[in-house]
Structure formats: structure tokens, C-alpha cells
Design a protein around this ligand. Structure first.
Ligand code: HEC
Ligand code: HEC
Length: 445
């Protein structure tokens, strides 16, 4: 969005720890007890119906906590869940820096900006903001309650199954260490039988059900604490070192930085400056936009009839579709159809080795950063491809771009015809490569 001067409050690392009661001294490895607990759950494949999928299966550290499987990234870019053959419909965004998003809210639009209808939505997690943070006070915590029970992801049938498996696990820091009493629940003998059946429900007394609900909230808070920890949201990139005066950017990176700010307009949405309180930039303003990203023709969701009765006619309507389902937000739905969350660009180039393919955009349409930047630069300068289902590689070869997935509310003020030269596109990509964590150790400074 256009007013990059307006800042949004960010959920500080300290705030999460305070809210979850368990700050305490850092444990071995530099993580606090609650972060260590969150880490164990994040990597625990037992917390899925087939005991075969953890959060990290779709959010791998080696790729900046997004999709770590190159074969998926190269094509549909959506990920298979615990149940084989079931795919989600969007590309996994980074789970790092997600806890820094504010609770979803809207800002009435200033009279001097008539291009923005009604209200500007800010915050939340997921591409459409639907993990609002209203429940647990932090979008990443609200979000963490989703995947365990999503039939296309970890697919457990009942939150009691997650709690039971967490309480039975041998983690270095147990749930009941951080939240005393969390596992004081009377379980039926056949609890696991219910947990391996698709529609199972664990039979519990009302009091035990209430304890399960509370424990499930605590599990989510611990996962969010891990996502916000110095291990995941590390702020240790070359750009952070540069901001701290500890590294110099190359000529090309500097050129890219200037283009990112000015001619490329990237910083309008991907905020690049430190906050007034000195908070490190997150490369997102937590708003939503429709960039006119084309459909990803290789998305397996198109032919997954059980979960997608619309088939090839399915459109990802983003924020607008979520707002349409909320009585309080319904009036704002139409102007927000097709808008997706502005993602952080931190770790956007983080890969296990050069040449490993990552996918970009809400549906993973793009396979390279150069492709993304070229799209921003030429979306409106090139002709439309005859077929709306044209892959990025085909579009680049044909010299066209396919029609937007959602053809309304497309941003044509800041994106589409930037008149960047090829060398300028390359410089922006070079700058994006300075955003990968692991360049230096902020704790050692
Ligand atoms: C099968 C793959 C898969 C698994 C398993 C999975 N995720 Fe995700 N994750 C996704 C996808 C896809 C999205 C985007 C979904 C959307 O926007 O509708 C997402 C979104 C997120 C986000 C939102 C980030 C943002 O900036 O909005 C966070 C945080 C996250 N996942 C954390 C987790 C955690 C924690 C777990 C384990 C409890 C987990 N994920 C398990 C695929 C997965
Ligand atoms: C008007 C706001 C806006 C501007 C300006 C903007 N972006 Fe984005 N950016 C977004 C949104 C929204 C998305 C997600 C869009 C989608 O997938 O539908 C995105 C996605 C991306 C992605 C993919 C990230 C991922 O993890 O999938 C990259 C890379 C990116 N932008 C880089 C840039 C660069 C470089 C520029 C400047 C040339 C730029 N952006 C300008 C809003 C913006």
C-alpha cells in the first residue's frame, strides 16, 4: 500500500513470552523453556494422523521456514498432507516472522487517498488473514491451531488427539513443565483408536474437554513463541548486519536497495526501514493486495474433486472471501476480493544450495526471484497470453503474461509497468539475496 510512513504495532518477542507466563532463563541452545517446547512440537511428525508429518514438512528451516520439497516447488507448489494424495491449495508462506504480524484490524482510509475504498485491512496470518489473532492475542498462535486439524495437512480429527500425543511425548521440556497441570486429563482407554480415524472424536467429560481446550491454546502459544524465537526469526541477514554498521553492501546490492525503495516501489508494501522504536524492518506492512498473479496451472487442487467441487473454475479470492464470511467485515468483502497478504521478504532467497528451486506468490506461480521482479516490471507492458493457464516458463518464452487469477481489485498504481532495465531487475534480485538469515550472529554483537 502507498503510505509507508504509517507504522503498525508489532508483537514483540517479549510480549509473547510474558503472555505465555514462561519467560525464564534461556535454556541450552539459547531458547527459553517455552520456545524449546514449541520447537519440539514444530518438528514432531507424531502430531499428524499418519505420524508422518510435522509443521517442518511444509516449513523447513533450510528454506527460511517455507516449502522444503523441490519437486513440489517446481510444479504445483502446494504441499501434500499427512493423508497421501490430499493437497492444500496455497503455497506455504514462511512461518518465520509470522508472530510479528498484528491482530487483524482495519484502518479507515484517509480522505486524501480516494484510491483505497472504505478501509485498509492490516495484520493476521495466512494469505487471507483468517488467523486473526483475536482468539489468543497473536495471529501466529491462532494459526498454529489450524494445521493439526486440517484434513489437507496433519489431519488429526480432534484437538484432544494433539493434546494426548503432546502429553505422551518425551520432549526435553514437557507441556506440563511450562504449563503446570496442562496434562491432568483423564483419557479414555481407546483414545488413540479415535485419533487414527478420519472423523474420530475422543469421548471426554466436560471438565476434561475444557482442560483439553486450554492445553490446546497453550500448545499454540508455545509454537508461536518458537516461531518468534531468535532461532526462527533471527534478524541475522547481511542487510541486518548492514543496518547495524557491520557489513558493506556490494555496488550491485546497493543499486538494488535504491531501486527497491524508489523506482521499483517495492518498499511501499515491503517495508524496508527500521521502525521509530528501532524495530528491525519486516519487509511487509501486513496489508493485502491483488497483484494480478496468474493461476498456477500445475496446482493439484484444481483436480481434487472432494475438496474442490469447482475444479478448474476455482479462484482463490483471498482476503475478500474471508471477510465475506464475517458479519462485521462483510461490507468490505467486495473491494478485497483477490487480495493476498504482503509476505515478508526475509529469507526469500534462503535455500539449501544455490540452484535449489523455490516457488513464490500465494500459489507458487513463480519459480525464480527474477521471474517475480520481471512480472512487477512488465505485467502491463506485455500482451496477455492466449491461455490463462500458462506456466511462468511458457509465459517467459512466449513474451506474454496470463490473465490475473482474480481480475478485479488489481493494483495498477504501484505495479505493472516499472520501466526497469534488465540490469536493474538483476540488482533488485541481488538485494533480495541479502535478506537471508545466518550471515552473522546478532547475539554476539
Ligand atoms: C501440508 C503442509 C503444511 C503443514 C503440515 C503446515 N503448514 Fe503452515 N502453512 C501451509 C500453507 C499452505 C499455508 C498457507 C495457507 C493459507 O494461507 O491458507 C501455511 C501457513 C502458515 C503460517 C502463516 C504465515 C503467515 O505469514 O501468514 C504459519 C505461521 C504456519 N503455516 C505455521 C505452521 C505450523 C506451526 C504448523 C504445524 C502445527 C504448520 N504450519 C503446518 C502449509 C502447511
Ligand atoms: C502494492 C504492494 C506491493 C508492492 C509495491 C510490491 N509487492 Fe511484492 N508482494 C506483494 C503481495 C501482496 C505479494 C503476494 C501476492 C500474491 O501472491 O498474490 C507479494 C509477493 C512478493 C514476492 C513473493 C514472496 C513469497 O514468499 O512468495 C516477492 C519476492 C516480492 N513480492 C518482491 C517484491 C519486489 C522486489 C517488489 C518491487 C519490484 C515488490 N515486491 C513490490 C505486495 C507488493
Amino acid at each position: 500500500m502507498e503510505h509507508s510512513s504509517r507504522r503498525v504495532a508489532r508483537w514483540g518477542r517479549a510480549a509473547i513470552m510474558a503472555s505465555a507466563l514462561a519467560g525464564g532463563a534461556a535454556a541450552a541452545g539459547g531458547l527459553t523453556p517455552i520456545e524449546t517446547l514449541g520447537r519440539s512440537m514444530f518438528f514432531d511428525a507424531d502430531l499428524s494422523i499418519g505420524r508422518n508429518q510435522s509443521c517442518a514438512a511444509c516449513h523447513g528451516p533450510e528454506v527460511g521456514f517455507t516449502g522444503p520439497v523441490e519437486a513440489f516447488n517446481l510444479t504445483g507448489a502446494v504441499y501434500e498432507g499427512s493423508v497421501a494424495g490430499r493437497f492444500g491449495n496455497r503455497k506455504p508462506p514462511s512461518a518465520a516472522y509470522a508472530a510479528a504480524s498484528p491482530i487483524l484490524h482495519f484502518v479507515p482510509v484517509q480522505a486524501n487517498n480516494p484510491t483505497k475504498a472504505d478501509a485498509l485491512f492490516v495484520g493476521g496470518n495466512f494469505w487471507d488473514g483468517r488467523a486473526t489473532g483475536e482468539r489468543l492475542g497473536n495471529p501466529a498462535a491462532d494459526q498454529a491451531q489450524g494445521p493439526f486439524l486440517n484434513p489437507l495437512e496433519q489431519a488429526l480429527p480432534d484437538s484432544a488427539c494433539v493434546v494426548h500425543r503432546v502429553c505422551s511425548a518425551a520432549y526435553p521440556v514437557a507441556l506440563s513443565n511450562v504449563f503446570p497441570g496442562a496434562c491432568d486429563i483423564v483419557w479414555p482407554a481407546d483414545v488413540e483408536a479415535a485419533c487414527v480415524s478420519d472423523a474420530g472424536m475422543v469421548a471426554l467429560s466436560p471438565a476434561d474437554r475444557a482442560r483439553v481446550d486450554q492445553a490446546y491454546d497453550e500448545i499454540a502459544l508455545a509454537i508461536a513463541a518458537y516461531e518468534d524465537s531468535a532461532e526462527v526469526s533471527a534478524y541475522s541477514s547481511k542487510y541486518d548486519a548492514y543496518l547495524a554498521g557491520l557489513a558493506a553492501l556490494s555496488q550491485q546490492e546497493k543499486k538494488g536497495l535504491n531501486l527497491f525503495r524508489a523506482k521499483g516501489k517495492c518498499a511501499n508494501c515491503h517495508v524496508i526501514d527500521a521502525g521509530p522504536d528501532g524495530a528491525s524492518p519486516l519487509f511487509t506492512d501486513h496489508t493485502f493486495d491483488n497483484l494480478g498473479v496468474p493461476r498456477n496451472p500445475e496446482n493439484p487442487f484444481y483436480w481434487q474433486a472432494t475438496f474442490n467441487p469447482l475444479g478448474a473454475d476455482w479462484l482463490d479470492l483471498g482476503l475478500g472471501a474471508f471477510l465475506a464470511g464475517r458479519l462485521d467485515y462483510q461490507p468490505y468483502a467486495p473491494v478485497n476480493l483477490g487480495k493476498q497478504k504482503v509476505p515478508t521478504l526475509r529469507n526469500v532467497d534462503k535455500r539449501p544450495y544455490p540452484g535449489f528451486v523455490k516457488a513464490f506468490g500465494h500459489n507458487g506461480y513463480f519459480k525464480s526471484l527474477k521471474g517475480v521482479v520481471h512480472f512487477y516490471n512488465t505485467r502491463d507492458a506485455k500482451p496477455a497470453c492466449p491461455d490463462p493457464f500458462t506456466t511462468e516458463a511458457e509465459a517467459l518464452a512466449l513474451g506474454c503474461w496470463p490473465a490475473p487469477e482474480v481480475d478485479i481489485n488489481v493494483n495498477d498504481r504501484e505495479v505493472g509497468n516499472l520501466h526497469l532495465t534488465e540490469a536493474q531487475e538483476d540488482a533488485i534480485v541481488a538485494f533480495l539475496k541479502t535478506l537471508s538469515d545466518g550471515y552473522f550472529d546478532p547475539a554476539a554483537q
